[in-house]
Design a protein. Structure first.
Length: 382
């Protein structure tokens, strides 16, 4: 289809530009994920692309489950056993702080926003626990309107990157905060496990052609099977739709295949393809959006700011004081929730290079359970 070809060309162009040193100024303050959403939206607004197309639905229905499987298949859940108890507690408490902040923010702002704004809040909660993949999956599961998802992408980008800058700013004060909290000493190690943070964008999709057959099989027959399995279950009210079940099955499938030798040997291939499909889904979402709700952008942003500040209060002040967890661990747990698998390890490196593996493994943990907590959050606010 013409629309699919245009979207693919846009994503390849973004990836190519992000890999060119002379064009890095374009991505210094604006992450690639924003371009992947805004450019298709501008194309549809200007008439180059239609606002409505069956191609957009096909991309989201078939490629999103495949993206979830590919991204989770490149994770290493067994590394959690090497972390110990305190980092996992910190991550879990950070997740609860996200839900608590979201509940308060929702009840403060929902009366001034659209009737079904709970769908947008629920989708954003998935992003602030497990990253962009979880957000798109939750948004599709809750049937969040495209325009509302556009606002949530804006909030996610502006607020999460501002929050990361704030956590970096607090780095010199971590010792003082730990003294105030009477925090226990920091003693976390992954026994020298080598970890490389996943880059945000890749220009190469596959480095081994023999993996291509498995990828095509998953994107076609695998996605079709997951969609059919999702339709077997009746919808649970307005929370879990048929596609919601599809997403849950895809998450389980991604977790299980991560233990298979083939996926362990070709982690980079599937990670790259998963990232590409994720951006393509985001582009389809952007192309199907409009500017009708832009008038409420300030309210959405205000809700996001209040949400993130409450998350910080619950995590740093209340949990930090009572659990006495060291501030570097709390900061990393927060960013692994809010920023996900890309920015979590980056923030960890700011606090100490040896904490990079901790950040990556905690972000993987958030990826694994994000949708479960997003469905719980949706049930509480719907």
């Amino acid at each position: 289809m013409t629309e699919t070809g245009v979207l693919i060309s846009i994503i390849f162009t973004i990836f190519y530009a992000a890999s060119r040193e002379k064009l890095q100024f374009l991505f210094r303050y604006t992450p690639t994920v924003v371009y992947a959403y805004v450019i298709p939206m501008a194309f549809s607004y200007s008439g180059i692309l239609p606002v409505s197309s069956i191609a957009y639905d096909t991309i989201q229905n078939y490629l999103l489950p495949a993206a979830i499987i590919f991204l989770l298949s490149s994770s290493d859940p067994s590394a959690l056993k090497k972390l110990g108890l305190y980092p996992v507690i910190g991550m879990f408490v950070g997740t609860l702080a996200v839900l608590a902040g979201g509940l308060v923010s929702f009840y403060l702002f929902s009366a001034y926003l659209e009737k079904d704004v709970w769908k947008g809040f629920a989708a954003l909660s998935a992003s602030w626990i497990g990253g962009s993949t979880s957000m798109l999956a939750a948004g599709k599961s809750f049937q969040t309107p495209s325009s509302m998802m556009g606002m949530m992408v804006l909030v996610d980008t502006v607020v999460s990157y501002s929050w990361m800058a704030f956590l970096i700013f607090l780095r010199p004060f971590s010792g003082t905060i730990d003294q105030w909290n009477h925090a226990r000493p920091m003693d976390i190690s992954l026994d020298g496990t080598p970890v490389t943070p996943t880059p945000e964008s890749q220009t190469s999709i596959f480095s081994h052609t023999h993996s291509l057959a498995f990828a095509i099989l998953i994107m076609t027959l695998g996605s079709e099977l997951l969609l059919r399995l999702g339709k077997v279950h009746p919808g649970q009210g307005k929370i879990i739709s048929a596609f919601g079940w599809t997403v849950l099955y895809a998450t389980l499938a991604g977790f299980l295949v991560s233990f298979l030798p083939h996926f362990k040997r070709n982690q980079e291939d599937y990670q790259n393809l998963g990232n590409f499909l994720l951006y393509l889904v985001l582009a389809a979402l952007g192309a199907s959006s409009d500017f009708s709700s832009i008038r409420n952008a300030h309210l959405y942003l205000a809700a996001g700011v209040v949400w993130i500040l409450l998350h910080g209060f619950f995590l740093f002040v209340i949990a930090g004081k009572f659990l006495k967890l060291p501030f570097p661990l709390l900061a990393i747990s927060s960013q692994c929730n809010i920023g996900g698998i890309i920015s979590g390890p980056i923030l960890a490196s700011v606090y100490h290079p040896s904490l990079v593996p901790v950040g990556l493994v905690l972000a993987i943990l958030g990826n694994l359970y994000a949708l479960t907590f997003a469905f719980l959050f949706a049930w509480m606010i719907a």
